[in-house]
Design a protein around this ligand. Structure first.
Ligand SMILES: [Zn+2]
Length: 215
């Protein structure tokens, strides 16, 4: 009652992000050489190009433009999620990238082997294996906590929270989408439920819900 329509809320959200994140833009993945390269490197995520929105500060890359022209709620849920990443990246600077790519980024130390040091450095290539990344999982948890809050805001009790949280955890945390970053399902499910119950106390969730609520 009295809330702006999703179409209006989407515009407001985009404006809000623009104000907070200098240089923010939504771009077409297909037109970015960097994104095409990434889709090859990230071979384990079969739907990287078509099913995932990717954020590289300060830009957000979508599978195609125009993007979700009729599906404003889904667009808001995704944009709000990416906004969490943009904000975290702005706050933490390159430390964000380090945390996001850890521990796989440690494989670069193998270069020390190539530069004539002990060949033991080549063991660092083992970091390329799909070992869990608690740091990437933490950053994505912050993002998906927001996704969940937006869907709950619009769908109310029509959202089957148990089913939805399960699918997020299975596909994105325990599955291949983010390189099997966090296989500890029960721990995560509990975390999602706990935070969802007190989502109004999470600052960035509060920030977004206020935009969706106020005319
Ligand atoms: Zn994310």
């Amino acid at each position: 009652m009295g809330f702006p329509s999703p179409e209006v809320a989407r515009k407001k959200l985009e404006q809000h992000i623009k104000k907070q994140i200098p240089g923010f833009r939504i771009e077409d993945k297909r037109k970015s050489p960097l994104m095409r390269l990434l889709s090859k490197l990230l071979f384990f995520n079969k739907t990287f190009s078509t099913g995932y929105v990717t954020t590289l500060y300060p830009k957000v890359y979508v599978p195609e433009l125009p993007w979700r022209e009729k599906d404003h709620v889904a667009a808001i849920a995704t944009l709000a999620h990416e906004y969490v990443h943009l904000k975290d990246r702005k706050r933490m600077w390159l430390f964000f990238n380090f945390l996001y790519l850890f521990p796989q980024n440690l494989a670069t130390f193998a270069l020390l082997g190539a530069f004539g040091n002990s060949p033991l450095w080549y063991l660092c290539l083992l970091f390329l294996l799909p070992m869990p990344s608690p740091t990437r999982a933490w950053l994505e948890f912050r993002g998906y906590r927001m996704t969940l809050a937006v869907w709950a805001f619009y769908l109310k009790d029509k959202l089957d929270i148990g089913k939805y949280v399960n699918s997020i955890v299975d596909r994105n945390f325990a599955g291949s989408a983010y390189y099997w970053m966090f296989p500890f399902r029960r721990y995560l499910l509990k975390k999602f439920y706990n935070y969802h119950d007190r989502r109004r106390n999470v600052l960035e969730v509060q920030e977004i819900l206020e935009i969706l609520e106020n005319n």
